[in-house]
Design a binder for this molecule. Structure first.
Ligand SMILES: [Zn+2]
Length: 153
């Protein structure tokens, strides 16, 4: 199996409202997102992406449009975290992303997978699809979502 992976980074704030320790405080991370695509190599003479699974610049552009530019320098807040939502709403034009799950790295990785799985389309009949999302919250802590197991929640 041949895969390619594009790495992007973004900064975001969050908190884990039920956490027993430090993570309940408002804080931020520099997240590292790894997008892994699987598929056969394009064989289309004369096309810019001939010989590739997908052009890395196209992977980046799509990820930015549909996810990274939305989350970068935003505060990622759980829908039911009422206190923080009211606070964020009190600030004009604050960049806030309301999520239907607590913004742990596990849930953010699942949300990213759910968004991006529909973004990468098989244009050449090569079986191109999103294979894996890896999201680092810190250099030592990350979550992975693999295709096929991503629709469980
Ligand atoms: Zn955190």
């Amino acid at each position: 199996m041949l895969t390619i992976t594009r790495k992007l980074e973004f900064d975001a704030g969050h908190r884990i409202p039920d956490h027993k320790s430090q993570c309940r405080n408002l804080h931020g991370h520099r997240y590292t997102l790894l997008i892994t695509l699987v598929g056969a190599v394009v064989e289309a003479d004369g096309q810019s992406d001939n010989g590739m699974i997908m052009d890395f610049s196209d992977i980046k552009a799509l990820a930015k449009t549909h996810l990274v530019d939305l989350w970068d320098h935003a505060f990622l807040v759980y829908r039911n975290d009422t206190a923080v939502r009211q606070f964020l709403d009190s600030m004009p034009d604050h960049k806030t992303v309301v999520l239907d799950r607590i913004p742990t790295v596990e849930n953010l990785a699942k949300a990213a997978f759910d968004i991006l799985k529909n973004v990468y389309q098989d244009r050449y009949g090569t079986g191109l699809s999103l294979s894996k999302i890896t999201l680092y919250e810190t250099p030592n802590c990350w979550a992975e979502v693999n295709g096929g197991g991503a629709s469980n929640g």
